[in-house]
Design a protein around this ligand. Structure first.
Ligand code: UDP
Length: 509
């Protein structure tokens, strides 16, 4: 006996990791998926995350977009976390990272309790690379697993070849070497490599040692999961990094789909303002402030949702913004060091001195809205991948100041491959939890020089701006019908339907 009747519907289960830089793009992906005929999407997350990020989707869900949230209670207290701590950016300290990881692991069982009642039955899991149990769940229910890594094919190729190559192990921290296996010649130092390649890095306390152990186990499990996944979806577009896409696809036997820029699934003002947080009445104020500035004149400085920059380093940045003479928006997220930073801003008279030219936003800014405003002419970024791609999509050149993780690789792409950015000269990864030990690694003069180069009206500045604008135009086209990312989503859906049909034809007995 064989199954009969062909399958023409897909139900995607999206499992994002619990941190803004991971949930936001997956919510964006849910919109693109659910706009396709015969596709439904369930986003698996926790109640507070559904509340925080769901608002961007509510209007569309009301008008029929087939997306829903499956809310799993987060075992915070059971794992020694404060109540309500459901996101990595809400952790009161890095020492609780192992507890957070344990709580995230417990979500597997909670999801599986709901599995049989999901309607229609899930046909595919798209899981963040950090949701390490998703591979087991997919295997148990015999559905394909697709990994969402959240970064570019450039980064995928870099890490693939770094794992394969040991050629840099004997080098000093600051000796440049050429990144192996890439179509372009790009130099990097050991100090700039992502933590999994910094074997010599030693944690400075017992607590940190535990954190590093959790991280190392993470990397091993991520690679195991990736090797058994059916494929990978990438938040990028082919035209941005065609050579890298081709090479990475070859490595993955074609099962790679570039669907980005995912942020462009949000096109209206209210969606942009709500993205990642509740809209605040101040958003209108920011826009009015931007309206009062010359086109292309403003520098927007923001370090994402999870960078922990020390007050002395933040002060260097503030002084550079002041000295550069361009109008600026500076998003300050100082966490538990906020008091110290506020003291400097007020007592030292900084806020008063820059009040006609600078706007300070505390904690969270409507980044998409700001970047797409015509007055913004430069983006000073920590090179988190979402921010980089949002800058590309807005057609804005970048001042790059990577901090940790894969951000130095992202900087290399922006500055050396795409030619749309200038680096501040950050020497190396500032390891999470050890920011104070690293102190000030970038001086205000370096930042000022990079800002001035990007905002410059000379030929280099003009060329950089032209390139950025051209890429921004391509980015806006690729997600529309006829564009590469739109087409790739069609191919992904076709591939999964074919797979589902082949599997359903398997003899039942
Ligand atoms: N973001 C925002 N406002 C902020 C800070 C961050 O809207 O004040 C958004 C930003 O647009 C991006 C995400 O949060 O979509 C941050 O992701 P990214 O990969 O850039 O950095 P991470 O926070 O993961 O380090």
């Amino acid at each position: 006996m064989v199954n009969s009747g062909s399958i023409n519907q897909l139900h995607f289960l999206l499992i994002p990791f619990l941190a803004p830089g991971h949930i936001i793009p997956m919510i964006d992906m849910a919109k693109f998926l659910a706009q396709r005929p015969n596709v439904t999407v369930t986003i698996v997350t926790t109640p507070l995350n559904a509340l925080r990020y769901g608002s961007t989707l509510q209007e569309q869900i009301k008008s029929g977009l087939p997306v829903c949230f499956l809310e799993l209670l987060f075992p915070a207290i059971e794992n020694g976390l404060p109540e309500g701590c459901e996101s990595a950016d809400a952790l009161p300290g890095l020492h609780l990272l192992p507890n957070f990881a344990a709580a995230v692991d417990m979500l597997q069982q909670r999801l599986e309790q709901h599995f049989d009642s999901l309607e229609p039955p899930p046909s595919c899991i798209i899981s963040d690379k950090y949701m390490l149990w998703a591979g087991d769940t997919a295997a148990k229910y015999e559905i394909p697993l697709i990994i969402f890594d959240g970064m570019s094919c450039f980064k995928q190729l870099c890490t693939h070849h770094l794992y394969a190559s040991k050629g840099f192990d004997d080098l000093t921290e600051t000796e440049p070497f050429v990144l192996p296996g890439l179509p372009d010649r790009i130099e990097i130092t050991r100090a700039q490599l992502p933590p999994e390649f910094n074997h010599r890095h030693v944690a400075t306390s017992e607590k940190l040692e535990q954190v590093r152990e959790t991280e190392s186990k993470f990397y091993v499990r991520i690679r195991e999961n990736e090797s058994r996944a059916y494929g990978m979806v990438i938040n990028c577009f082919e035209e941005l990094e065609q050579d890298y896409v081709n090479k990475f696809k070859k490595l993955k036997r074609g099962k790679v789909w570039c669907l980005g820029p995912l942020s462009l699934s949000t096109s209206n003002d209210s969606g942009k303002s709500l993205r990642g947080n509740s809209a605040s009445s101040d958003d209108q104020l920011y826009l009015k402030w931007l309206d009062s500035k010359e086109p292309g004149s403003v520098v927007y400085a923001c370090f994402g949702s999870s960078s922990q920059i020390t007050p002395p380093q933040l002060i260097e940045l503030g002084l550079a913004l002041e000295a550069s003479k361009s109008p600026f928006i500076w998003v300050i997220r100082a966490g538990d060091k906020a008091q110290e930073v506020e003291k400097w801003l007020s007592e030292n008279g900084f806020e008063n001195r820059i009040k006609d030219r600078g706007l300070i936003i505390r904690d969270w800014a409507p980044q998409l809205q700001i970047l797409s405003h015509p007055s913004v002419g430069g983006f000073l970024t920590h090179c988190g991948w979402n921010s980089v791609l949002e800058g590309v999509s807005a057609g804005v050149p970048m001042i790059t100041w990577p901090q940790f993780a894969k951000q130095f690789l992202n900087e290399k792409l922006v500055v050396h491959v795409l030619g749309i950015g200038v680096g501040v000269g950050a020497p190396g990864v500032v390891h999470w939890g050890e920011e104070d030990r690293f102190g000030v690694t970038v001086k205000s003069e370096q930042v000022k020089t990079a800002i001035e180069k990007v905002m410059d009206s000379g030929s280099e500045g003009i060329e950089r701006r032209k390139k950025a604008k051209a890429l921004g135009m391509v980015a806006k086209k690729v997600i529309k019908e006829g564009g590469s990312s739109h087409h790739n989503l069609t191919l992904l859906i076709q591939d999964l339907l074919e797979l589902a049909n082949v599997r359903s034809q398997k003899p039942l007995i």
